[in-house]
Design a protein around this ligand. Structure first.
Ligand code: AMP
Ligand code: MG
Length: 332
């Protein structure tokens, strides 16, 4: 069975083709990049509407198959921006109805975890999921994927993008912050906002912009932003691992591409005798393959949806989704 996965929760439209055994046959994506300001939800949705068809054709060509070979359509049902979600869900419904094949709505956060499991071969990890919109520590416990810590305000990637916008870095700014941080050395004072198992980033953004206005070196600011925020999320992830007695940590989301983050988390993992795994960058960022693969896992374990079940859920929670492909008490 070949599944077409459509990802479109935010700025990226992704088309993935995955077979029944988890072989990734194609994975195409394009990111909407605003020329000024942040993501405008309607413009992101228009971008996706324009790109779906050409990306689909390229993905089919990459895989060497045609539409008639598809047997399942999976799409990102939430969480995300309403206009992006609705545009991609509409395309998924149209394809399902015109091809006469089943449709399945996928939880985007769980898809990050499942693609990480299949491409890095970890079994039962704690996922540190750090993207533009989301920052969560997720793991399997008592029959569900549950959130063990999360941001109370903005995502970590969003903090880097917002900071970058104010200091004239293009979007997305994370890679430029990483590059500038390599030339920084002084650890400036920024708030370290871990609250129990949760984190908060908006106060750090305000503090960093104040330091910028007061003349702190940009390189030192980028360095300090990374050191402080990456320490915060590493601390929470470590506490989740200790609490759950798990010995694998998986990174996901665009911020997981950052070398300093990987270094910090791998040091933590090593000190605990645990393993860290990181998918290749195309599977860290939002992508269609993760939606296709999770859709297949759902379908293989008996999940079925009618068109009436495919309403998007902007605030879909990680622990609201049943995971029948994992049996209670086990991992895979
Ligand atoms: P996603 O939302 O998962 O598709 O990832 C996009 C986010 O990842 C954006 O906020 C980027 O700024 C961020 N990002 C991408 N590469 C890096 C990097 N090397 N370091 C830090 N953040 C990054
Ligand atoms: Mg994501």
């Amino acid at each position: 069975m070949i599944c077409l996965g459509l990802e479109g929760t935010a700025h990226t439209i992704g088309i993935g083709l995955v077979d029944h055994d988890g072989n990734i046959l194609a994975n195409r994506a394009e990111m909407y990049r605003p020329t000024v300001g942040g993501i405008h939800p309607r413009e992101a949705a228009n971008h996706h509407a324009k790109k779906i068809h050409p990306l689909l054709l390229s993905a089919l060509e990459d895989a060497g198959i045609s539409l008639s070979n598809l047997e399942l359509i999976a799409f990102s049902q939430g969480p995300g921006l309403g206009p992006s979600l609705r545009t991609v869900a509409t395309a998924a419904r149209a394809l399902s109805l015109s091809l006469g094949i089943p449709i399945i709505g996928v939880n985007h956060c769980i898809a990050h975890l499942e693609i990480g499991r299949i491409v890095t071969h970890c079994r039962d990890p704690v996922l540190l999921y750090l993207s533009g919109g989301n920052t969560q520590v997720i793991s399997y416990a008592n029959g569900r994927y549950r959130i063990f810590g999360e941001t109370l305000d903005i995502g970590l990637g969003n903090l880097l993008d917002k900071f970058g916008r104010e200091v004239s870095f293009p979007f997305p700014s994370g890679p430029l912050v990483e590059k500038a941080a390599l030339k920084g050395s002084e650890l400036l004072s920024l708030p370290y906002t871990v609250k129990g198992m949760d984190v908060a980033f908006s106060g750090i953004l305000t503090a960093a912009l104040t330091l910028h206005r007061n003349g702190s070196r940009l390189e030192d600011l980028c360095f300090s932003l990374q050191e402080v925020t990456f320490s915060m999320v590493t601390e929470v992830a470590e506490r989740a691992m200790a609490h759950l007695e798990k010995d694998e940590i998986l990174l996901g989301g665009g911020v997981a591409c950052n070398s300093r983050l990987q270094e910090m988390v791998s040091t933590m993992a090593e000190e605990r005798g645990a393993d860290m795994t990181v998918p290749p960058p195309e599977f860290c960022v939002d992508n269609g393959a993760m939606i296709a693969w999770t859709g297949l896992l759902m379908h293989r374990s008996g999940v079925r949806m009618g068109i009436e079940d495919t309403m998007v859920e902007q605030n879909m929670r990680t622990d609201s989704t049943e995971v029948p492909w994992l049996s209670p008490g086990t991992t895979a």
